[in-house]
Design a protein around this ligand. Structure first.
Ligand SMILES: [Zn+2]
Length: 311
């Protein structure tokens, strides 16, 4: 794990952080005027690498920044918060040099972007081991696909758009036949928002990954989990293309029918009502994030996009 410190004076600017895969949708706005969640899980950081492998930007959760002060200035054009358009707005409390940019305007993922030229990582403890696939799938078996208040999760809308781009790219212009069940329920509505594909034999897509028997016959495209630490997709059998899906989302679909219900005890408190039977857990990612979809599809097609340079 690394602590980032100021290159100028050595002040620690973060707690110990472990590196995880850089989210491909970092820096891409979502919807219009939407209050956004924090991009990075606390205790982690992601690195957007430039063409030569150097760090173009380093992103952390805002709460993981220490020893910084916000520059108080007018941010013309920003809406509900700071959009970072005027460059670094956090200074080192030790020496005053500009070290990072806090972004929290609406429709932008809340994040703090460290300036690679102003900070340096200092190894603090060994990196946590890379989790094996079985524990990745197990950890997220009961992940909720909706927020605590029952509303649709922005994170899963965006992750679904990423996976849809992989599915469309792997189909290479052919229609997609989604395996019936959770995969079709989660992606059919999104697929319907795209232009109809050419009239050709459909390519078959199905869920595959750790803890599940391989679908038979083998599909053309397997929707597999993406490792939360390495960003690598679960390795597919030869001849099967991979469409990676965030591990949490994947596990929630793959093990949908295996969840255990919590035992109920006692009675509902007075005034509390609920449906009987409970309404089905929502799988339906109805909103297609076109910006993320196009950005990922462009990248898969080898088109350079600069969406990540949000500042
Ligand atoms: Zn400093």
């Amino acid at each position: 794990m690394e602590v980032f410190e100021c290159r100028g004076c050595g002040t620690a600017l973060t707690g110990p952080l472990s590196r995880v895969a850089f989210p491909v949708y970092a820096g891409i706005p979502y919807g219009n005027g939407v209050a956004m969640p924090v991009l990075m899980e606390s205790g982690t950081y992601g690195v957007h690498e430039g063409p030569a492998g150097g760090a173009r930007s380093i992103v952390i959760a805002p709460g993981d920044a220490h020893g910084t002060a916000l520059v108080q200035r007018r941010e013309l054009g920003a809406c509900c918060g700071i959009d970072g358009r005027y460059g670094p707005n956090l200074t080192c409390v030790g020496c005053g040099r500009k070290v990072a940019t806090r972004v929290d305007d609406c429709s932008l993922w809340q994040a703090t972007w460290l300036e690679p030229a102003a900070v340096r990582p200092v190894a603090e403890s060994p990196a946590p081991p890379v989790a094996d696939w079985v524990s990745v799938a197990g950890r997220w078996r009961a992940a909720a696909l909706v927020e605590a208040d029952g509303s649709r999760s922005i994170r899963w809308d965006v992750e679904a758009a990423v996976t849809l781009a992989h599915l469309v790219s792997a189909a290479d212009g052919a229609p997609l036949a989604l395996a019936p069940g959770p995969l079709a329920q989660a992606f059919r509505g999104l697929l319907g928002q795209l232009p109809p594909p050419q009239t050709r034999p459909a390519r078959r897509a199905a869920l595959a990954g750790p803890g599940r028997p391989l679908p038979r016959p083998l599909p053309d495209i397997a929707v597999v989990p993406r490792h939360p630490q390495t960003g690598e997709p679960w390795p597919t059998p030869p001849g099967v293309a991979a469409a990676p899906l965030a591990a949490e989302y994947w596990a929630a679909l793959a093990f949908r029918d295996e969840r255990e219900l919590a035992p109920a005890t006692g009675r509902l408190p007075p005034g509390v009502e609920r449906d009987d039977p409970l309404p089905p857990h929502s799988l339906y990612a109805g909103y297609l994030d076109q910006w993320v979809f196009r950005a990922v599809l462009n990248r898969l097609n080898g088109v350079d996009d600069t969406q990540h340079d949000h500042r």
